[in-house]
Write a protein that binds this ligand. Structure first.
Ligand SMILES: Nc1ncnc2c1ncn2[C@@H]1O[C@H](COP(=O)(O)OP(=O)(O)O)[C@@H](O)[C@H]1O
Ligand SMILES: [Mg+2]
Length: 299
């Protein structure tokens, strides 16, 4: 698989604050790559550096194996902030103006309007559009130049559930069309629904990178002890139990996917057994990510 983006030790400091810390990443052609992290974790700053609007403090990155230039940037379409559209002009006219500014072929506009499901409203004024339609027009504008890569920053922020679902379907459609997509989001379920691969950022530091299919993996390991002679036998009866080992008088129970220490605790309690010790040794990836995403201490 061809590498479209390669990032090496990319760092951005704002004074004493390190917004992006020694970031290493690779994005391959055809991936829908999610950058997942809570607010303030450095996603927008990273995308800003990739688009050349934020100067890196140190580190480097390359597009298609080359340092970023005006030419490489032409192959990238980005929706970083709401682009400026004229409220009194139609969606169609706004896209024509955008194409003119970027030197893109206006012949691409009908297909793009079709993809973004804006065809039937293309002649209506921008100011009559719903928030979801405005966001779709912003994506349309990024696609008019037929880029190889599409970059989206929190594409569903502020939208109602209907608008969110529409945008997610459209992103999948654009990916099926062969575009590589880089998407920043603070929502685990958005990344799970839309992305093929993802990176987890926390306070500017890369915590995890891999395929989205891995999220459910990494079962919990729970250590348990109770004053009961048949604890080992009972633990085997629990439907959430995988492999069970005994070490130093403690039982180590590998939880099946979707089962947690609380389920085991409840099971024992219902059998009339109170655990004298119960601890989660290893957490599932999903649990680890949710903890990172709800960490507000530095946001
Ligand atoms: N221009 C700036 N000046 C100073 N601090 C900034 C600037 N832009 C972002 N930051 C800080 O950098 C950190 C990362 O921000 P950001 O990249 O916007 O995170 P995210 O997009 O993940 O929410 C935050 O602590 C934010 O306050
Ligand atoms: Mg952001």
């Amino acid at each position: 698989m061809e590498t479209v983006l390669s990032i090496q030790k990319l760092t951005k400091n704002f004074g004493k604050l390190c917004a992006v810390n020694q970031l290493d990443l690779e994005v391959k052609r055809g991936q829908v790559f999610g950058m997942l992290g809570p607010n303030g974790s450095g996603k927008t700053t990273t995308l800003g550096m990739l688009m050349g609007v934020v100067n890196p403090t140190s580190g480097s990155f390359s597009w298609f194996g080359q340092p970023a230039t005006h030419e490489t940037r032409k192959k990238i379409g980005a929706v970083l902030e709401h682009p400026i559209f004229y409220p009194y002009l139609s969606g169609q006219k706004n896209l024509e103006l955008n194409a003119l500014i970027k030197g893109a072929d206006p012949a691409n506009i009908p297909k793009v309007l079709e993809t973004l499901e804006l065809m039937d409203r293309k002649d209506d004024k921008y100011q009559t559009y719903s928030l979801g339609m405005k966001q779709r027009l912003a994506i349309a504008s990024a696609l008019v130049s037929d880029p190889i890569i599409l970059i989206l920053d929190e594409p569903t922020n502020g939208l109602d559930p209907m608008g969110i679902a529409e945008i997610r379907e459209i992103i999948k459609k654009i990916a099926e069309d062969g575009k590589t997509i880089i998407l920043a989001s603070h929502l685990l379920d958005e990344v799970q629904k839309v992305c093929t691969h993802f990176a987890v950022l926390r306070r500017g530091t890369l915590m995890h990178v891999g395929p989205v299919d891995d999220v459910g993996k990494g079962e919990e390991l729970v250590e348990v002890q109770a004053y009961h002679d048949d604890l080992g036998v009972l633990l085997q009866e629990f439907i959430g139990s995988g492999q069970i080992k005994k070490e130093n008088g403690l039982f180590q129970v590998m939880m099946k996917e979707g089962y947690h220490s609380t389920d085991l605790n409840r099971f024992l309690f219902d059998k009339g057994i109170v655990a004298s010790y119960l601890a989660t040794r290893k957490k599932s990836l999903e649990k680890q990510f949710l903890e990172i995403l709800t960490d507000h201490s530095h946001s």
